[in-house]
Design a protein around this ligand. Structure first.
Ligand code: PMV
Length: 327
């Protein structure tokens, strides 16, 4: 019997970052993290299990993917097959609507959509926590793209309790992420390789040990809609992660000159009264989290900075969901 399902999921931007695993194969993080889902950007994925297929296949944005990309998807499908006791192979087709070359990390949206579409297609109806645990096995941050709105991924004690849950729905605080896409001539080191280097920095242990404090401040700032507290903690947390990256062996320097220009500009804009704060993932692009009433002014300010190629905008959004079959 052919079994098929389609799901959609968004990427997320981390406010308190996940960097470094304590178990790389299970993707158990060294520290908990908090993020916001990004509405409007998404991966839409269809999984079709077909007994006639000899092997799995993967098509991304209409291009067949082979090699390590297919291998990662196929290994993930193995987790779904083992949950359901099936050996059937699948065809996976995925479209993401992020502008190509914008350097927006897509693995969170991709594995969240794949976890939901794959389990639904094979006839499993997992709880949100179980889906988040499953998505985590594909990409750690994907665990946070399953629940909606503002999300916390608890580090947990093991595979069973390392999953994400919603702290507040998207409507709680309609924050905007203005993403300043910065020119970059090279492909940065991927996060899977980066996590493995975290412990080569002597700063990682101190960063991890201090995380419960930062999580408490960030969680409370979200619940209280306290922009000043949020701004201070997310900028501090981003710079702590980048300090670890820059002091790893070999070092990882993700910033471009325009990234640093923006990191100096944003606190200045805040002093001038705009509610805006920066955070950077494993790349040069600067995510500027801002209050909705400030988003237009922030976007204009970002566009004036030399080296900023474009500005994308996303609001806080929902978690992963199934897309009904078309009639
Ligand atoms: O989920 P991964 O392995 O792509 O790691 C994500 C790492 C960061 O984006 C840098 C931080 C985070 O918490 O999302």
């Amino acid at each position: 019997m052919i079994q098929s399902a389609t799901a959609q999921a968004s990427p997320n931007i981390a406010f308190i970052k996940y960097w470094g695993n304590r178990d790389a194969s299970l993707r158990l993080p060294q520290n908990g993290s908090i993020s916001m889902n990004l509405a409007g950007l998404h991966a839409k994925t269809t999984v079709t299990f077909d007994p006639e297929l000899q092997s799995d296949s993967f098509t991304l944005n209409q291009r067949p993917i082979h090699g390590p990309g297919l291998q990662r998807v196929s290994s993930f499908l193995d987790h779904i097959r083992s949950l359901s006791g099936s050996a059937t192979r699948a065809a996976v087709t995925s479209e993401n609507n992020f502008p190509t070359g914008a350097g927006i990390a897509s693995s969170a949206a991709a594995f969240a959509a794949l976890a939901l579409a794959g389990t639904a297609a094979i006839g499993l109806n997992l709880t949100e926590a179980a889906l988040s645990r499953l998505a985590r096995l594909g990409s750690g941050s994907a665990s946070r793209s399953i629940p909606g709105g503002f999300v916390e991924w608890q580090a947990g004690t093991g595979d069973e309790d390392s999953y994400a849950f919603s702290l507040a729905p998207a409507e709680h605080w309609p924050l905007v992420d203005c993403i300043a896409v910065v020119s970059s001539g090279h492909k940065p080191t991927g996060s899977t390789e980066g996590h493995a280097l975290a412990d080569t920095s002597p700063l990682q242990a101190a960063r991890v040990a201090d995380t419960p404090r930062r999580l408490d401040i960030c969680r409370q700032a979200i619940l209280d809609r306290d922009f000043t507290a949020l701004a201070e903690i997310i900028e501090h947390d981003s710079s702590l992660m980048h300090a670890v990256m820059m002091t790893s062996r070999p070092p990882l320097f993700y910033w471009e000159p325009a990234s640093l220009t923006l990191m100096k500009l944003i606190p200045q804009l805040r002093k001038d009264g705009l509610k805006a704060a920066f955070t950077l993932d494993a790349g040069a692009n600067v995510h500027v989290i801002c209050a909705p009433e400030c988003a237009d002014q922030v976007e204009q300010a970002l566009r004036r900075v030399a080296g900023v190629q474009r500005v994308l905008r996303a609001v806080c959004g929902s978690g992963a969901f199934l897309v009904p079959p078309q009639a």
